[in-house]
Ligand binder design. Sequence first.
Ligand code: ADP
Ligand code: MG
Length: 174
Amino acid sequence: MVTKSKNDSSLPHQAFIALGSNLGRRKKNITAALGALESTREIEIGAISPLYETDAEGGPEGQPAFINGVVSVRTSLSPERLLSVCQRIESLLGRTRDIQWGPRTIDLDLLAFDDEIASEPELTLPHPMMHERGFVMKPLADIAPNWVHPILQQTAASLLAGLGERDWIHESDE
Ligand code: ADP
Ligand code: MG
């Protein structure tokens, strides 16, 4: 029997996770979330995008700007289990769910999992808003420009281009 281990790159599934923080030490929260993902036995971290600072969209007026990035992972978990690992890490890092789209120490969204398409409220794949969000598509296109959206059948690079020009601000050091 072949056992899957973290270091032999044999983990069968490819996924992308979006990371965002606009509360507390934002970059530190993102680094901590990456560390927690990496220390999960069934997850292996691949490429990590640059981090970008963007104004919050939606939610309460005047909330602090976000730092966003995307990480590519390989995993032996199912999509549901991977999402619950993400939610456990969110709680671990002190996220509370009070205001919708409100400030959060950390938000981990499952953007895509192989070519899977799902439309449950608890898990929609690919993430239903990803292709409309520059702060997701920019870092995704940085690390995986040729990734193809399984429903829209367009690459990350072309979906990003469709969102128009924008100045991308690299994360500031806190
Ligand atoms: P948001 O990320 O939209 O600001 P939350 O992180 O609070 O909000 O997530 C709200 C719900 O979205 C979660 O209960 C989760 O089950 C659901 N959800 C559906 N699809 C996904 C996905 N692809 N990634 C993350 N959460 C998802
Ligand atoms: Mg979320």
